[in-house]
Design a protein around this ligand. Sequence first.
Ligand code: CO
Ligand code: CO
Length: 317
Amino acid sequence: MDSFDFGKDQEVLVGLDTPDDAAVYRLDSGKLLVQTVDFFTPIVNDPYLFGQIAAANALSDIYAMGGRPLIALNIVAFPCKLDFSLLTEILRGGKEKIEEGGAFIIGGHSVDDDEPKYGLAVTGEVEANKLTTIDQAQPGDKLVLTKPLGLGVLATALKADFLTEEDIEEAITNATFLNKGAAEAGARVGVKAVTDITGFGLLGHLYEMAKASKVGAEISLKEVPYYEKAVEFIDSGITPAGLHDNRRFLEGKVEIDSGLNETLVDLLFDPQTSGGLLIAVPENKLSQLLEFLKGQSPVAKVVGQVVAGDSKIRVRA
Ligand code: CO
Ligand code: CO
């Protein structure tokens, strides 16, 4: 073995070989650096809110690792033909959220593009004993979700002009809500396995957690929080393509009990933007975690549990 490569591998604690939310690198001082990047096209019309959501989403991968964000770089694609005041608003929203997270925007890069895109590369740090990863869920752990599902469906309906931003104010506000407090609550009780719910939906991210942790999991459909309005749109066929992609990807990996409400099952596959944390918590720490989560997350719901078994996911009533 090449000793140089070996040395390098030792410092990359979390890298390409696990589906974690961010990479983790050990510095000479022993401190752990957490690094992530995320950007996407607007999911709301208001540029300021879009900036806020994109930044909250980018920070979320740092929080999912138990980290504290330090610095961030803007990533911008913007059509030169559009009014530049829109870009100013996007960046204002992003800056505000990064600063709310206690970090600083120190630069960035922009390109001319047909469709606007915005996001950030975020660098953070985490103490070794506070690092939370996706591969440490244990049978018996309860699964706590900190934001409702359905934003993907609502954003699709918004794009098609079936509703306005005012109609889904709660969902948008929740998307701008930082997962900082939820991650801190997890750290206070010493949880080990955390991920955030984004593009792969609740079941997609849960599957990644189960697979990496070599465990199974059960979701109790009736406990899963969601936006009422999303139900109407699923029933009238307004769903994001990602929902169907997620369903296809998880075919054969998720067992769905018969007789369940199909619309609500669909929501479990709905891709989220800046979704909540999914925290696996040992049962004896659950009530303390729920106590600490009060006021720190839009919701805090026990949606299922980790069981023995090799990455088998079951959805029950
Ligand atoms: Co993530
Ligand atoms: Co991400």
